[in-house]
Design a protein around this ligand. Structure first.
Ligand SMILES: [Ca+2]
Ligand SMILES: [Ca+2]
Length: 382
């Protein structure tokens, strides 16, 4: 009996050890960052992160800044803001957009963003994932006069998961006393909606970066490699899960012809490609491995190339050691729909220039790179 018990304990210990090795692999904990620099300068006024950036065809860029994400540093007590930047200007400088309407600006905590342009009258609508008091909701704004956003609507729905308050939750690190994973665990005790893709004046796709409100359960889905996160479709008439099977769904975007949708599974290290079908059904086409923890997705409106802001080493990101900072990585994928997509490293830094890149938005030979809590770069690609 004792021998059986010992064998069971040994097998369980081996299983747990194996799973923690897998977790290290998921976090790319031992990965060294290849450095590739471009001619870049810091964007003025962006000191506390620009988690998401998107650029209109006419060169107007929107930046969502000042995200406070549980478990990650934040160096400002100020609420988040939305900035605008004109890339056609010889010296592009981000300008804070004024927000009018009934939105509580003191708790504004903007995360993923997306723009919808109504072709009937060229009206521009900005969709923003917002986390006031650790909740997840979507704000829809109308851009007026190039310097003002008018708040139109807040959308909350059970499929756009709300999460338990971080301070009230029991973290797995408390259970396991594993300080090395403490920040990683903190990271996943978080809000749920990450990024958004607007496809109409009031309709969008949104990604959930974890399925369970309980961090303990979410941690189990990761350690057991059980992909449960979803992409949700929302319209005033219908809300449903449009795609699932993600360990953690993060960035989402669309091809220039609006036929294909791309979703980054940040922990799965791949980009999933879907064909958008009638009635906003998504048909899975394929996964493209990227070898990095890729966050938001931007698409070059001319070439259709995919640009990814990625975290080269997730452990460094969640540990946050000022002596050994997380780096930044920008990956481009050409011809993602072909049998042999071409992937290239466009920017790489070990954290000396930019910490924790999340997004890379190209426009006519220029590139904007944003980060979670650090600065943002304006780079020349030529
Ligand atoms: Ca986005
Ligand atoms: Ca993101």
């Amino acid at each position: 009996m004792k021998k059986v018990l010992a064998a069971v304990v040994a097998a369980f210990a081996a299983f747990i050890g194996y799973k923690f090795l897998k977790l290290n692999e998921m976090m790319l904990a031992s990965r060294e960052m290849p450095v590739k620099h471009l001619n870049c300068q810091y964007l003025k006024n962006i000191e506390y992160g620009a988690e998401d950036i998107t650029i209109l065809k006419d060169g107007l860029a929107f930046l969502s800044t000042g995200l406070k994400y549980p478990g990650l540093p934040s160096f400002s007590d100020e609420p988040g803001k939305i900035y605008i930047l004109d890339l056609l200007h010889p010296k592009p400088t981000p300008v804070e957009l004024q927000i009018k309407g009934e939105l509580d600006l003191n708790s504004f905590n903007p995360h993923g963003i997306s723009v919808y342009t109504d072709e009937a009258d060229d009206s521009v609508y900005l969709f923003v994932v917002n986390h006031p008091e650790h909740k997840s909701q979507v704000e829809i704004f109308h851009l007026v006069q190039e310097d003002t956003l008018v708040h139109l609507k807040t959308i909350a729905h059970p499929l756009l998961h709300r999460c338990v308050l971080y301070d009230q939750s029991l973290t797995v690190s408390h259970l396991l006393h594993l300080t090395i994973y403490k920040r990683f665990i903190s990271l996943i005790v978080s809000f749920s909606v990450n990024d958004i893709l607007a496809v109409g004046k009031e309709s969008f796709y949104a990604t959930n970066d974890h399925y369970f409100a309980s961090d303990v359960l979410h941690f189990l889905t990761l350690i057991l490699d059980y992909p449960m996160c979803e992409v949700v479709y929302y319209s005033p008439e219908e809300v449903r899960v449009a795609a699932n099977g993600f360990l953690s769904a993060n960035g989402i975007n669309i091809s220039p012809d609006k036929r294909y949708i791309y979703v980054s599974d940040i922990v799965g290290h791949d980009i999933k490609v879907y064909e958008r079908q009638q009635g906003e059904q998504l048909r899975f086409l394929k996964s493209v491995a990227v070898g990095s923890l890729c966050d938001n997705i931007e698409v070059d409106h001319r070439t259709g190339d995919i640009w990814l802001g990625c975290h080269p080493n997730g452990q460094k990101l969640v540990k946050y050691d000022p002596e050994d900072l997380a780096g930044s990585e920008v990956i481009r994928i050409k011809n993602i729909l072909s049998e042999k997509p071409v992937m290239s490293l466009e920017y790489g830094d070990d954290g000396h220039v930019l910490v924790a890149s999340t997004v890379a938005a190209p426009f006519e030979g220029k590139l904007l790179i944003g980060s979670i809590f650090h600065k943002a770069l304006y780079c020349d690609l030529k």
